[in-house]
Design a protein around this ligand. Structure first.
Ligand SMILES: [Zn+2]
Length: 167
């Protein structure tokens, strides 16, 4: 009987380690811990009747599981930088609008869909960039705007504003 009891203890110890390592593995991999919990419960249920584990051992196992749940970090929210809200600004008395696009290769945000808005009706216009002149015509009210800065320059100013917190 004594041998059987120590055998149980070894088995219990092994099982506890097993649960612990599975839980740690899940914890590290940030994968759902539910499988671990389910397996633990099944293990507890099985051992409760077959091995007659003591209450303190059960409590210990539960405490370990509880602790692992507690210290499990909350899923990190994808942090968005503040400047992502900076999508319009006036340059040379013309309002420009743009989007921010994440480039996974350069791992940087860059300006996308940069357009000047019509000075009369604020409609997004189509920028024509000739070598000599940059001009734009409003598709809605045909308002013609010329002597615009190039989108390259505007983008440089936007990036500079972000770097200098001028937005
Ligand atoms: Zn217009």
């Amino acid at each position: 009987m004594k041998d059987r009891k120590s055998e149980y203890k070894v088995a219990l110890f092994g099982a506890t380690l097993g649960v612990l390592f599975t839980a740690i593995y899940d914890f590290i991999k940030e994968r759902p811990i539910l499988t671990t919990l389910w397996n633990s419960l099944k293990w507890v249920w099985k051992n409760l009747f077959e091995l007659k584990i003591t209450i303190w051992q059960l409590l210990l196992a539960l405490a370990i599981i509880y602790t692992l749940f507690k210290i499990r970090p909350k899923k990190k929210e994808k942090q968005s930088p503040d400047f992502l809200n900076y999508t319009t600004d006036n340059f040379d008395e013309i309002k420009w609008k743009w989007d921010w696009k994440w480039n996974s290769i350069t791992r940087k945000w860059h300006v996308d869909n940069l357009v000047p808005l019509c000075t009369k009706c604020e409609t997004a216009t189509m920028l024509n960039e000739d070598y000599i002149d940059k001009y734009s015509t409003c598709p809605r009210c045909d308002n013609f705007m010329d002597k615009l800065k190039s989108s390259e320059k505007i983008e440089a100013i936007i990036i500079d504003n972000v770097h200098r917190n001028l937005y």
